[in-house]
Design a protein around this ligand. Sequence first.
Ligand code: AHR
Length: 319
Amino acid sequence: MTNRVSAIAAILVSALAMTGSPVRADKKITLGFSQIGAESEWRTANTKSIKEAADTAGINLKFSDAQQKQENQIKAIRSFIAQKVDVIAFSPVVETGWEPVLREAKAAKIPVILTDRAVNVKDDTLWVSFMGSDFVEEGRRAANWLVDKTKDNAGPINIVELQGTVGSAPAIDRKKGFEEIIKDKAKFKIIRSQTGDFTRAKGKEVMEAFLKAEGKKINVLFAHNDDMAIGAIQAIEEAGMKPGKDILIVSIDGVKGAFQAMMAGKLNVSVECSPLLGPQLMSAVKDLMAGKALPKRIVTQEGVFPQETAAKEFPNRKY
Ligand code: AHR
């Protein structure tokens, strides 16, 4: 065999090993995607991005909404395996508990791509690639903005924290990144921290409880996403206080609703987390089916939008 022929053979062999079926250029690729749910404006934009990108790429998408339950995601993945899809992608609601179903996918030779959130499994050959944000960095960015904003304030600065879904990668990592920056600065104190499950309704409910317990002692709200911040803004207004002024509000995502709240002076900053992962996912799926190796980690590039930049940036926002 010449070198060229053996190289082509090697690519085909690796594509075969990953997909379990011969690679045919004319075959329409089938992708099974298990989405977490529709808990936030971010998630709705993410779903739209994935559906539109599949359509544009000519990929046959089997889409399943797990309504924020891990057991529904596991069922969906099992059903994709039974249907012998070419590739499985999913955004895991929580980090742990995925080994058995991922082993089943591997045994069926169906490659798995993680989007948006990571899994915590010992064997990282159970998934091919993980594309999405660096959530620890997002937490750091949120805290760095706060440190800079309050640099002339001697403190104490009392923070309440609305965490995302318990056990989810963004809740764990954003908390970690935020705490990493403030831990050696004595003037900052997290006085309450509870989950609001990434939803507006729970964000409002938990903020009401924080206000009841701590009242005017609260100086800052750190919300792990914009939806919870928007729910909390309502609670703060109903308690007769001014969000964005009496209480500084720092959140994450950069959805249009957050920009509107910033333009109204009620939210101080939103750290960007892009949900527009569809096109990247479809090109990864095509590369995989063509026998190409994917990078293990693809990190989304993102910015920080303080209130002062909101009006100028708003017309450019895509989600
Ligand atoms: O995993 C990304 C997070 O999930 C977003 O910050 C949040 O809005 C969503 O529900």
